[in-house]
Each structure stands twice: as structure tokens, then as C-alpha cells.
Design a protein around this ligand. Structure first.
Ligand SMILES: [Zn+2]
Length: 308
């Protein structure tokens, strides 16, 4: 692939070096009077798994009809250092399995990553498989404070009876779970608002963070946040030119977006993004919903939810 780029290239493309990009990100939150950013949706995983994720996007297998070069294709310590230079105070470190027999191993890696990375939120995951309830209980006991469920990559039904105790444990422990359940960039058998709505009906106190603002089913997922106090949405890729070309956010939903200002959390998908980190922040700022909305979204909501 010739589309491979690096931070240096991505930042250079808009006239900044890496230091210039960090300075611009810091200016963004300082101008809002914030102590930094909280980004619930970044990815850290074992190097061989991350390499496969990068290849998936760079080889066009996400079928987004536009190139997806990974902007931050760097060693782990450089990626962590970059988030710190950006002033990201806390970040989710999400990993997710695409097959059975993998989640417990990812969780062991995640515990180790969290132990050596104090600003990472200790994150864990699960798959619809026997033993899921036991290793999820173990992960919560070991300190996991954020989970990830990827219904499109995992291809499992969130209503699977093997997962009933898992949702119950998360709801009871009030541990948030980032759920990729929107049908973008491609639909899966169990994506869309239907299946996860049934999970919420059975677990109305579950703290679910709908990834990518539920793209492309923005309206349905915003309505779900109106129905359940635990439903939040992360901004991951939303409102950027890249996602707007695939799944434009309807102008008619802007009032709902403004009204849900206490339920929306900054997410970026760093490092697996095809543009500089600042692009996500600029995309939020140009919504023109005001500094109070941005402060809540970029820091305060997640700080409250994660108990920072
Ligand atoms: Zn993601």
C-alpha cells in the first residue's frame, strides 16, 4: 500500500509538525478553560492484534470507499506520549475480540497495560461464549472500569443468553461499556438500534456508551439516550468530513444533539484514524453548540462517569 502515512505526514499535511499539532490541541482545551481532555474511545491492544487492525483499514476492508491510512502508526510508548502531549488526562484503552477464546487474553494484556499506564482507564472486553460472565467478573474485580463490546466485528447477538449475566454484572457494578452497535461503517447481523434496545429494556440501569454516536442511526440512538438515563454516546469520528461523506449527521437532529449535551463523550478512535487528532476537535467546535456544550463533551461528562 502506498497510502501509509505517519503522524509526521498527517500533521505536515495541514502545515503543522507533531509539536505544532500538540500545541494546537492544548490551545483547544485551554481556550475552553478545561484542565485537559478525557477521550473514552482510544485503542490499545497487543501489537500483533493492532497490526491486523491497521492492515484491515489500510487494505480497504472497512469498505468505506475512501482511503483509510493510519495517522498514528507508531510504537506504543510514542502513542501514549502523544496523548499526554495533547493533554488527554484519561483515555479508554479499548480492545475487542473477533472470535471466541480471545477476550480473556485481551483482558490480561489490558490489565498489564493499565498497570504500566496510570492515565489509561483500565479497560476490558468480552465475547458471547461460555465463561464470559466469569472472566468479566474477574476483570471488574481486578479494577476494570470500562468495557468494549463490538457487535459488528464480533458478529454476536447482544441478546445471547450467555451474555445475560454479563450485562447484569456491568449494570450492577455501574461500569460503563462502549458498544459499537451502529450499522456504520458497515452493518452486521446484530447492529442497529433493535438488539441493544432489548438489552437495555432488560437492564435499564446499564451505562452504555454508544460508539460513533450510533452512526448512521444517529436519531434512534439519541432517542435511546432520552429513554434511559445510563445511555451515553461517544463522538468517535462523528462530524468529521471523513464520516460525513459516509453517514452525514442530519441537520434536523441538531436540537437533540444540543439537548443531549450531558450524555455525549469525546471519543476519537486514536490511533486508528485517517486524519490528525485535532480534526475530531475541530469537527466538534464547528457544530457551534457553544463552549458549555464543548466543556461537557470534551471533559466533564466522562470525568463524572469515570469518577475522575
Ligand atoms: Zn474504535
Amino acid at each position: 500500500m502506498t497510502g501509509v502515512t505517519s503522524t509526521r505526514d498527517a500533521a505536515a499535511a495541514d502545515g503543522r509538525g507533531p509539536e505544532g499539532e500538540a500545541a494546537a490541541v492544548v490551545t483547544f482545551w485551554q481556550d475552553l478553560g478545561l484542565p485537559g481532555l478525557v477521550d473514552v474511545h482510544t485503542h490499545f491492544m497487543p501489537p500483533n492484534v493492532l497490526a491486523k487492525v491497521w492492515a484491515f483499514f489500510e487494505q480497504g476492508r472497512a469498505r468505506t470507499e475512501q482511503p483509510w491510512p493510519i495517522a498514528y502508526r507508531q510504537p506504543e510508548e510514542e502513542r501514549v506520549a502523544l496523548l499526554r502531549a495533547f493533554g488527554v488526562r484519561r483515555f479508554g484503552a479499548l480492545a475487542y475480540p473477533h472470535k471466541p477464546g480471545m477476550a480473556a487474553w485481551l483482558n490480561a494484556w489490558g490489565a498489564d497495560f493499565a498497570a504500566r499506564t496510570p492515565d489509561a482507564v483500565h479497560s476490558a472486553t468480552f465475547f458471547a461464549e461460555p465463561g464470559a460472565a466469569a472472566y468479566v467478573a474477574d476483570a471488574i474485580g481486578a479494577g476494570a472500569r470500562l468495557f468494549k463490546a463490538h457487535l459488528q466485528v464480533g458478529g454476536y447477538d447482544p441478546r445471547d443468553e450467555l451474555l445475560a449475566p454479563v450485562w447484569g454484572l456491568l449494570a450492577e457494578a455501574r461500569v460503563p461499556v462502549v458498544v459499537h452497535c451502529g450499522s456504520g461503517p458497515m452493518p452486521g447481523r446484530y447492529t442497529g438500534p433493535g438488539p441493544i434496545s432489548e438489552v437495555l429494556a432488560r437492564n435499564p440501569r446499564l451505562t452504555a456508551i454508544i460508539a460513533h454516536l450510533g452512526a448512521p442511526e444517529y436519531g434512534e440512538f439519541l432517542r435511546l439516550a432520552g429513554r434511559y438515563p445510563g445511555v451515553h454516546l461517544d463522538t468517535t469520528m462523528a462530524f468529521t468530513d471523513f464520516l460525513e461523506r459516509l453517514a452525514p449527521f442530519p441537520a434536523g437532529l441538531r436540537p437533540a444533539l444540543a439537548a443531549a449535551g450531558d450524555r455525549i463523550l469525546l471519543g476519537s478512535d486514536f490511533p486508528n484514524i485517517p486524519y490528525p487528532y485535532l480534526t475530531q476537535l475541530d469537527a466538534l467546535a464547528r457544530l457551534d453548540l457553544g463552549p458549555a456544550w464543548l466543556r461537557a463533551v470534551c471533559h466533564d461528562n466522562a470525568a463524572r462517569l469515570l469518577g475522575l
